[in-house]
Design a protein around this ligand. Structure first.
Ligand code: HEM
Length: 485
């Protein structure tokens, strides 16, 4: 009786511990709890790491290092190609297995939806194609994809690309280094903005370029929105861009009602405006126009820059690619014909060089999805609410799939099939990149003009792989104009 209060204290501590445990579990992820109790199948092997931060720090520090595969390789040797972890605030099933990855990518939005870090979702806005799901995503994806595939747009991109490339290369001097990464960013951004909203070089383009730099810097920043933070600055820059894009969309709406004729759309904004099935709001249009500029500043210029880097390091490939492009140039000069988009894409070795660059470069390291229900793929369970991280890099650099995977070898594509599930630089399934043809076309045009007009010596530089792929020193090269072309 004397110790009744001890019983009360012990019982309350015990009950508080249970309540606290439930709160932590629920706040961390309500679904871990449900997964533990509801799911009978075992989870893939692996560890969730530290409370809250999980294994994020180790993943990020490896990704920044010159051996980004270390994180995956260590776990793969302990747990296999599908394992559990805790990354970017979420319990995650990581897949570096080509077939499991393909199944995840091909699932519909009832099974998986995209998952991005908070800063990215804040900046992209809720209407971004990268975030929306279901019929609206399919519709916008279809419209954009069809437009990017159209011969009409490819012809326009080819003309614009040739103009911007010639203008840029016309200013290159032999007595100071040319930064390929900067040059390609400038070219690809202008070409894409023209294809999206028909904006020509000038004051508005310069304004957009400046704001876009500020916007993109926040995509992988800390999710803190206070004045002075990167995310806040990026959101301000986005507001200014939205204002400009709204103005352009309004002008398009006005001119289409005044002429009341549905003409052939000349840019992506017009494709979406002309859509009669979905009433797309101005906010949705401008959010998407801005998000679609991201590959113009990032992925496409990186593809061109990496191709130059790998070619600089592989003289045999450079020689074969140069001969192929010079042959086409001489033929077209002889016939006095301009180059068409199909000419650029008809160069087989150049395409192999781009394929190999995409494999080795891993411009997008992978994609994350959130499971909407318990999913079992090849016997691996992905519980509802968990993330699935499809990590492309390890698939593309797997020595069971590719011989000497770290060696730049465009010739390997003579025998290989590009459409297999072990080559996924553009993702797959319903979210397969609609810009893949465009990316290849732009890179082919850039390479053609570069190798037919110049010889070059590249300065020592290295590839940084995280948070986005880029060259540490912006890929400086010393050029000499060719006399033999
Ligand atoms: C080398 C260049 C490029 C690479 C490596 C690349 C890669 C990717 C990847 C991996 C995805 C899939 C994302 C996911 O599954 O969540 C994707 C989606 C997308 N890409 Fe690209 N991309 C490139 C160029 C482009 C270009 C030029 C455009 C055109 C503006 C573009 C527009 C898009 C869009 C709109 C999506 C989202 C599709 C959807 O969710 O429905 N990309 N890209």
């Amino acid at each position: 009786m004397d110790y009744w209060w001890i019983t009360v204290v012990v019982t309350s501590i015990f009950l508080s511990a249970i309540i606290l445990y439930r709160i932590i579990i629920r706040s961390n992820s309500s679904t871990i709890r449900s997964s533990i109790y509801r799911i009978r199948s075992p989870l893939p092997l692996g560890t969730l790491g530290w409370p809250f931060i999980g294994e994020t720090i180790e993943f990020v520090s490896c990704a920044y290092s010159d051996q980004p595969e270390r994180f995956m390789n260590r776990r793969c040797s302990m747990y296999g190609k599908v394992f559990k972890s805790h990354l970017f605030g979420s319990p995650t099933i990581v897949s570096i297995d080509a077939e499991v990855s393909r199944c995840i990518l091909q699932s519909d939005s009832k099974t998986f939806v995209p998952f991005y870090p908070k800063s990215l979702t804040e900046l992209m806005g809720k209407d971004s194609i990268l975030l929306i799901n279901g019929s609206l995503q399919k519709r916008i994806h279809g419209l954009i994809g069809a437009f990017f595939k159209s011969p009409h747009l490819k012809a326009q991109i080819t003309r614009d690309m040739q103009n911007f490339v010639q203008k840029s290369m016309g200013n290159w001097r032999e007595d100071h280094p040319i930064y390929i990464q900067d040059e390609t960013k400038n070219i690809a951004f202008q070409v894409l903005v023209k294809a999206l909203i028909s904006l020509d070089p000038g004051e508005d383009m310069e304004f957009l370029k400046k704001q876009f730099q500020e916007f993109i810097a926040g995509l992988m920043s800390l999710p803190i929105k206070v004045p002075g933070s990167q995310l806040h600055r990026s959101l301000q820059a986005k507001k200014k861009m939205v204002k400009l894009v709204h103005k352009i969309i309004q002008e398009k709406r006005n001119s289409s009602t005044s002429s009341s004729i549905s003409t052939v759309p000349k840019d992506v904004a017009e494709v979406l405006l002309n859509d009669t099935r979905e009433q797309l709001t101005d906010d949705l249009l401008s959010d998407n126009m801005i998000d679609l500029m991201i590959p113009g500043e990032d992925s496409v210029p990186v593809l061109m820059t990496l191709a130059v880097k790998y070619l600089s390091d592989c003289p045999a490939a450079l020689q074969q690619l140069t001969e192929e492009n010079l042959k086409l140039k001489r033929l077209k000069d002889q016939l006095k014909e301009p180059l068409r988009w199909s000419d650029y894409l008809s160069l087989p070795f150049t395409q192999k060089v781009l394929t190999e660059t995409l494999r080795m470069g891993n411009i997008i390291i992978g994609v994350m999805r959130k499971a909407m229900k318990d999913v079992k793929i090849k016997g691996h369970l992905i519980p509802k609410g968990w993330c699935a991280f499809v990590y492309f890099r390890s698939v593309h650099l797997d020595d069971n799939i590719y011989d000497c995977p770290y060696q730049f070898n465009p010739w390997r594509w003579q025998e290989r099939d590009m459409s297999s599930c072990s080559f996924i630089p553009f993702g797959g399934g319903q979210r397969l990149c609609p810009g893949l043809d465009l990316a290849r076309l732009e890179a082919s045009i850039f390479l053609y003009h570069f190798v037919t007009q110049f010889r070059w010596v590249a300065e020592e530089d290295s590839i940084v792989n995280f948070p986005t792929v880029r060259m540490k020193k912006r890929m400086p090269v010393w050029v000499k104009r060719r006399r033999d072309s």
